[in-house]
Design a protein. Structure first.
Length: 231
C-alpha cells in the first residue's frame, strides 16, 4: 500500500473539492494512550483522520502541503464497483475517481509525512502514516528514549546502535504485545541511513472490513432489486 512520494509532488495544491467531500472527523482531541498504537499520532496526525483534519493539523503546525493525490473511490463508488463485478461487468483499469488517496507534508527541517487513505462509509480515513526525519545530530539512544517517553515501552526492540535501531509497538486483541509482522495496528520506528523512519499503520483486518462491507452492501442491494428477465 505504500505510495510513492515522488509521484505525488507534482500535485502540490490541495484540491479543496475533494477535501470537502472526503468527510469530517473529531480525532485531534483524542488522547494518546501509551502502549495503544491505535491512539498514537505522528506529528499530530492520527489513524482514522479524514483528509480535512490532517490538513488542519498540517496548517496549524506550519507544515508545507507538498502533494494531494485524488484517485481513490468514495465508499459509495466502491459499492457500485462491487455491484458491477457481481453482474459480470468489466470494470475500467483506471477509473476516474476523485477522492483523496494520499497527502504529503514537509517541514523546514527536512522531515516528511506521507499519509494514505482508504474509503469508509463516513469518508476517507487515514490508514497509514509514514514519517521520515534526518537524525540531525541526535543519537539513536536519544531518539529511542524520546519515542518511549511518548508512546510507552516498545513491544519489540533491537539493539540500539549508533546508526541503527528497530522498535515496534503492537497489541493484539487480548492486549498482549504482538510481533513486528502481526496484522494488528502497529507503530514501527527504525534508525537507518542517517534518518529516523516511523510507520504507523492500521491493522490489515480493520482495513479489509471496509472492503468486505462494500461487497456485502452491494450484495444486499442486488438481492433487494433483482434484475428483470430479459430472455
Amino acid at each position: 500500500m505504500l505510495l510513492a512520494l515522488a509521484a505525488a509532488r507534482a500535485e502540490a495544491q490541495v484540491k479543496q473539492a475533494a477535501i470537502d467531500a472526503d468527510g469530517r472527523s473529531k480525532l485531534a482531541g483524542w488522547p494518546l494512550t501509551k502502549g495503544v498504537p491505535s491512539s498514537f499520532d505522528v506529528g499530530g496526525v492520527k489513524l482514522g483522520m479524514t483528509p480535512s483534519e490532517a490538513v488542519e493539523v498540517a496548517r496549524a503546525r506550519g507544515l508545507k502541503i507538498e502533494g494531494h493525490r485524488t484517485d481513490n473511490p468514495s465508499f459509495e463508488e466502491r459499492v457500485v464497483q462491487q455491484m458491477d463485478l457481481l453482474r459480470g461487468k468489466t470494470v475500467p483499469m483506471a477509473p476516474s475517481y476523485t477522492h483523496t488517496r494520499g497527502l504529503y507534508f514537509a517541514d523546514n527541517s527536512g522531515s516528511t509525512w506521507s499519509i494514505e487513505f482508504e474509503p469508509t462509509p463516513t469518508g476517507q480515513e487515514a490508514v497509514q502514516i509514514k514519517y521520515r526525519s534526518p537524525l540531525a545530530g541526535r543519537t539513536s539512544q536519544q531518539i529511542v528514549d524520546a519515542l518511549e517517553a511518548k508512546f510507552g515501552l516498545a513491544s519489540n526492540k533491537s539493539k540500539v546502535e549508533p546508526a541503527f535501531f528497530s522498535f515496534s509497538w503492537c497489541k493484539d486483541a487480548r492486549g498482549v504485545d504482538c510481533s513486528l509482522y502481526a496484522p494488528e495496528t502497529t507503530l514501527t520506528a527504525m534508525g537507518e541511513a542517517n534518518q529516523i523512519v516511523l510507520i504507523l499503520k492500521r491493522g490489515a483486518p480493520e482495513v479489509r472490513k471496509f472492503e468486505s462491507l462494500a461487497r456485502t452492501t452491494a450484495e444486499k442491494r442486488m438481492a433487494a432489486s433483482p434484475a428483470a428477465n430479459s430472455f
